[in-house]
Ligand binder design. Structure first.
Ligand SMILES: C[S@@+](CC[C@H](N)C(=O)[O-])C[C@H]1O[C@@H](n2cnc3c(N)ncnc32)[C@H](O)[C@@H]1O
Length: 337
């Protein structure tokens, strides 16, 4: 690359937070929702959002320069395909993701240096408690977190059912199943499979209504609990998506051992994570790993790291099935005693 373009590229990376905050403010003001029925002048948008018209114009002009919103030349803005995804009510919405990343995540990332120096969680330093405790005490932020998980990981559900044959599985337990978006995708696709959704009690209350809305209550039980203490018995497959990466090895092993205690030898463990590939190529997991360091205190792992962790937890990895959504399905079985 030419020195000038290297300079430009590095500059874009250095100023990345400008974009994060500009998108966050537009999401917070719900600009995309306001434009859902058609273009509006900046003055009308400013009235509805209680903002300063010239400043709102500058925000929207900057976002339009990134392909988010378009100005028709008269300070009247409309949605672009990317801005459509900032609406809160569309499939694949990134609205909650923009809110989450612009608020707590942004603040915790501001203390990345602390995490790199100490290996400790910047989130705990900023907010005085671990992230999942914070979410259990802040219901509005928890709802945003749930919705952001669908925004960032929702695409993975479809990719998983394409890549992995769930047919013939009797009961699937989704451990840390969140608001149920993965389990409802699987149960909708495979009408004979039954499900157990397991998560913290506050989260399962929210999951219940999603499962009801999907018309799946008769095939899916919802159980509140703590996976550091126990997990439900009796499933043919134990599924955990983006759970193990939230925790350090010691805590991850506690979860694996709790599953090991109840899982039958003929049942499967399916862990869905983005396995970090070797080499320098870009991979979503390499930066997500820094979010894990800074917020919950977990880590993204390489194949070798998963093999060692599973061995210690009493499991053997049988195969790793890639999907087309930058996550892999790690299939494991209980190791004979
Ligand atoms: C990163 S989210 C993943 C959610 C979901 N599996 C998905 O892929 O969208 C982690 C989940 O773990 C749950 N969780 C955190 N601590 C837990 C605990 N001690 N026991 C049970 N679930 C827990 C959270 O409530 C959250 O739903």
């Amino acid at each position: 690359m030419e020195t000038a373009s290297l300079h430009q590229r590095l500059n874009q990376l250095i100023t990345g937070y400008w974009g994060t905050q500009a998108i966050y403010v537009a999401a917070k003001l719900r600009i995309a929702d306001l434009l859902a029925d058609g273009p509006q002048s900046v003055n009308d948008l400013a009235k509805q959002t209680n903002t300063d018209p010239p400043s709102l114009y500058r925000l929207l002009r900057a976002l339009a320069s990134m392909g988010i919103f378009a100005d028709d030349g008269t300070q009247t803005f409309s949605l672009t395909p990317m801005a459509e995804l900032l609406r809160s009510d569309v499939r694949g919405s990134q609205h909650a993701m923009a809110l989450m990343c612009g608020e707590e995540h942004y603040q915790a990332w501001g203390e990345l240096l602390y995490s790199v120096k100490t290996g400790k969680m910047a989130f705990d330093k900023m907010f005085g408690m671990p992230i999942f405790e914070y979410l259990s005490k802040n219901i509005e932020q928890a709802k945003i977190f749930d919705a952001a998980m669908v925004g960032v990981h929702g695409r993975e559900s479809a990719a998983m059912v394409e890549a992995y044959d769930f047919a013939g599985t009797g009961i699937i337990a989704d451990i840390g199943g969140g608001n149920g978006s993965l389990l409802t995708t699987i149960l909708s696709r495979f009408p004979t499979i039954r499900g157990i959704l397991y998560d913290l009690p506050g989260v399962t209350e929210r999951a219940k209504s999603n499962i009801e809305k999907a018309g799946l209550s008769s095939r899916c039980s919802v159980i509140g609990g703590n996976f550091f203490e126990s997990v439900p018995e009796g499933a043919d497959a134990y599924l955990m998506r983006h759970i193990i990466h939230d925790w350090d090895d010691e805590k991850a092993l506690t979860i694996l051992r709790n599953i090991h205690r109840v899982i039958r030898p003929d049942a499967r463990l399916l862990v869905i994570e983005g396995v970090i590939p070797p080499g320098n190529d870009p991979h979503f997991g390499k930066l997500l790993d820094l979010t894990m360091l800074t917020l919950p205190g977990g880590k993204e792992r390489t194949e070798e790291e998963y093999r060692l962790l599973f061995e210690e937890g009493g499991f053997r990895i049988k195969r790793i099935v890639p999907t087309n959504a930058q996550v892999d399905i790690i299939e494991a079985e209980k190791r004979p005693e």
